[in-house]
Design a protein around this ligand. Structure first.
Ligand code: FEO
Length: 171
């Protein structure tokens, strides 16, 4: 059974993850609108992964007998200056999510909530991966600069990303 503060904090994190999904869905639309289908695919996969992150929290609350209290999802931006700008904003957003997860872990420690502390380890590892992926793409975009050929090559690479539902990953 979860303490009230922990229930509230996890409900808030569901909102953070759903906003992330919304942001990346918006970015996918932006990339489509400028003809970069591979970038759009990458962001669409990201959108689906974020809904999985939200659902994992949602199911955890249910498994602990907690109620679900969904909050308003803010409107994300819908346009960016360039692919590089969109990915810089993505990294910034993921750094914010990492802070949110760290705060949840701090709360679990403060409340001596071992189950939630244990549950959150998956998110800690996931955030390392998310930030690393964004940094790699930013490095590539910085490397090619304004080269259309370079952007096209990255677009082809990002078109290969496939969505694997968390349930299939066994987590
Ligand atoms: Fe679910 Fe990208 O943090």
């Amino acid at each position: 059974m979860l303490k009230e503060r922990m229930k509230e904090a996890i409900n808030k994190q569901i909102n953070e993850e759903l906003y992330s999904a919304y942001l990346y869905l918006s970015m996918s639309g932006y990339f489509n609108s400028i003809g970069l289908k591979g970038f759009a695919n990458w962001m669409m996969v990201q959108y689906k992964e974020e809904t999985d992150h939200a659902m994992k929290l949602y199911n955890y609350l249910l498994s602990q007998g907690s109620d679900i209290k969904l909050l308003t999802i803010n409107e994300p931006p819908h346009i960016w200056d360039s692919p590089l700008h969109a990915f810089e904003e993505t990294l910034k957003h993921e750094q914010h999510i990492t802070e949110c997860i760290n705060e949840l872990v701090d709360l679990a420690e403060e409340l001596k909530d071992r189950a939630t502390y244990n549950f959150l380890q998956w998110y800690i590892n996931e955030q390392v991966e998310e930030e690393e992926n964004d940094r790699e793409i930013i490095d590539k975009l910085n490397f090619v600069g304004d080269s259309k050929n370079g952007i096209f090559m990255i677009d082809n690479e990002l078109a290969q990303r496939k969505y694997v539902p968390l349930i299939q990953e066994g987590v």
